[in-house]
Design a protein around this ligand. Structure first.
Ligand code: SAH
Length: 216
């Protein structure tokens, strides 16, 4: 896979768009998007469009999220270097790569074997690595590795996954789209004590549904 000057140029334009039109302010998020070749994660027929603000189909009927959605979710997480992050829905691996580029320690779960395998291979090719990559059900999280500083859910959940809130450290933040309709509301939960959360609401987004474990 090649990351040419043309790709880099297109990324720079995308970053300018995210900054000026979408309103992304976190320079660390913008720098990560400028660094990670999104076209690596997409099927060849869509390569020409990799740096437009569009979602595209990946394997198993799933999608790679809009770059603006990746940027907004990541900004809401207020990522610091060495943050321990749980990601639900590895998908193509693009969001994972953005988090790794920001210096985060990423633990990621995907329930589709095809995507788990694809992203694993891609990380290897790119010579990057999440701390832990799991094939399983995101509703359960990764209790063995908890607590996490931040949790990002990249699929729309019908109900709030309580196990994930338990796996967040006090002071930690979880960004999650909630709702079963066509569109979901993006929420940020901040854990202020072992049993208390502050809940903030952001705009409407379109995510693929968060589904239970495929093997059950
Ligand atoms: N960040 C990814 C988004 C992929 S779409 C990207 O940019 O490519 C959301 C992903 O969540 C899909 O790959 C889907 O298979 C996965 N998913 C859905 N329900 C899940 C669950 N219960 N546990 C883990 N992953 C899940």
């Amino acid at each position: 896979m090649q990351d040419s000057f043309l790709h880099k140029g297109k990324r720079r334009i995308l970053v300018k768009y995210l900054k000026e039109k979408i309103g992304i302010k976190d320079e660390r998020v913008l720098a990560a998007i400028d660094t990670v070749p999104r076209h690596f994660f997409m099927e060849s027929v869509f390569l020409d469009y990799a740096y437009e603000d569009r979602a595209f189909p990946i394997a198993a009927g799933q999608t790679i999220s809009h770059p603006s959605t990746v940027a907004e979710q990541t900004e809401l997480l207020e990522i610091e270097r060495s943050d321990k992050i749980l990601e639900i829905g590895t998908g193509s691996g693009y969001q994972t790569a953005v988090l790794i580029a920001m210096g985060a320690l990423v633990y990621t779960i995907e329930r589709q074997k095809g995507l788990y395998d694809f992203s694993k291979q891609m990380f290897k090719k790119m010579n990057i690595s999440p701390i832990h990559q799991a094939f399983g059900d995101g509703f359960e999280g990764l209790p063995f590795f908890a607590p996490f500083d931040k949790i990002i859910v990249t699929c729309g959940a019908g109900e709030l996954p309580m196990a994930l809130l338990r796996q967040l450290r006090v002071g930690g933040k979880m960004v999650i789209p909630l709702g079963v309709e066509e569109e979901q509301v993006l929420y940020r939960f901040t854990k202020i004590s072992p049993t208390e959360f502050e809940k903030e609401q952001f705009g409407l987004y379109k995510f693929v549904p968060m589904l239970g474990n495929i093997n059950k």
